[in-house]
Design a binder for this molecule. Structure first.
Ligand code: GLY
Length: 408
């Protein structure tokens, strides 16, 4: 507890010595970012038009009878990395197109977003992993919201029902990875918090039990998945016999003793979203706790773009973690007490200015026309290290739109 109090005090001192950034009035950094938005969205739009032209002819070239969606870029071969529609990130590319439609009003993006979104329908019946929340809510969920239509509600409700089959009532959590039939292991990761947004939507739209499932998962995860200082574990293995945590695995992180940056970012975003959806103050407090861990971390670089793991300073940065964090913090600052709100907002603006700068925002086709360079997918597995990632772009665009909306 003392550690957390000190962390909060450190943040409050920072705020006091930077009075301008602690105020909710616009700051020079915000003014700069706001002045750059038209140019950033124009550059992003040009990138995605080129990306879409390259990706569309490849969509049916998968070879396994499954359509494919762009996911990343292979620097060695200079080729787009396309993934089958059942890959966990396939909602992000159409989601980015929806955001670009919102950002620019250009009908090209609406039409292309719809085309790619429609490819994902088969995922509605998939109960083999937890990521269908990401896949379908970033695509169909945005289509529903932006087009103001209930046309996709059946698909979204079916997806929520498939996802909820992975919930275990005795344990109170959703199984992230592994077969539903596995009785020895029950693996849960903080990324799963993101899939609860679909369940919260479903709970308010005809599938009532989904809300209880989402709350149970979030509450149990809050109790078990984080250290005293707010840092996250990646993989917990629950025992189906007695409900205890029987194992901790490093998963995509550097170790069991450090916090994987993207997992931490998922938690910041996920608990903020759960507060928005439920009004439960415990989730708001917890969102602040996990945010404070990241912001005040001694290993957080000055530009606000974290190392891929908080325990791996000097290795690669993860631009996707920064983008997810920025988007989460821009929402968190709306609900947090005023003294902390200015800090969250200023930190998110710093992250967005960094991501929109030459170190991270790609030029020409150097990153296959993806927006953000320097993402890390799964370093322990040796895959996707220092590379663009579809979800990095998605949350970057979302954060920019959230920032733009602050001025509306
Ligand atoms: N959900 C897996 C990841 O964030 O890489």
């Amino acid at each position: 507890m003392g550690g957390m109090r000190n962390l909060r005090n450190t943040l409050l001192c920072l705020a006091a010595s930077a009075a301008a950034s602690a105020s909710l009035a616009s700051t020079p950094a915000e003014d700069l970012l706001r002045s750059r938005l038209p140019e950033i969205f124009a550059k992003a739009a040009a990138h995605y038009k080129a990306l879409d032209a390259a990706a569309t002819p490849l969509a049916d070239k998968g070879g396994k009878g499954m359509m494919q969606v762009p996911h990343g870029y292979d620097r060695k071969s200079g080729r787009l990395d396309m993934r089958d529609v059942n890959w966990w990130t396939t909602g992000h590319y159409p989601g980015s197109l929806w955001y670009l439609y919102e950002a620019t009003g250009d009908g090209f993006f609406r039409d292309r977003a719809m085309w790619w979104t429609n490819l994902l329908e088969p995922n509605k019946d998939d109960s083999s992993h937890h990521d269908t929340g990401f896949m379908m809510y970033c695509s169909y969920g945005n289509a529903r919201r932006i087009l103001k239509t209930d046309e996709f509600d059946g698909i979204l409700l079916a997806t929520a029902k498939s996802l909820s089959k992975r919930f275990n009532g005795k344990l109170g959590v959703i199984r992230s990875w592994g077969k539903i039939s596995d009785t020895k292991h029950f693996l849960v990761i903080p990324d799963n918090m993101m899939n609860l947004e679909l369940l919260e939507w479903a709970g308010k739209n005809g599938f009532k039990e989904a809300d209880a499932i989402a709350r149970s998962h979030a509450t149990k995860t809050m109790a078990n998945h984080f250290r005293e200082d707010g840092g996250t574990y990646h993989v917990l293995d629950y025992s189906l016999k007695d409900g205890r945590v029987q194992g901790i695995e490093r998963g995509q992180g550097a170790s069991c003793f450090t916090a994987w940056s993207r997992g931490q970012a998922w938690a910041i975003y996920g608990y903020t979203m759960m507060y928005r959806e439920t009004g439960d103050a415990a989730y708001l407090d917890f969102a602040q706790k996990v945010a404070d861990f990241a912001i005040a971390n001694e290993n957080m670089p000055a530009d606000g773009v974290p190392w891929w793991d908080f325990g791996a300073p000097g290795e690669e940065r993860d631009s996707s973690a920064a983008a997810i964090m920025a988007s989460g913090l821009l929402e968190l600052q709306k609900y947090a007490p005023k003294d902390m709100a200015g800090i969250y907002r200023a930190f998110a603006v710093k992250q967005l200015l960094s991501l929109a700068g030459p170190e991270y925002f790609s030029e020409g086709d150097e990153a296959g026309h993806w927006l953000l360079k320097h993402g890390v997918g799964h370093k322990p597995a040796g895959t996707e290290i220092d590379t663009p990632l579809d979800y990095g772009d998605y949350y970057f665009l979302e954060a920019l739109l959230r920032f733009r909306a602050l001025g509306d």
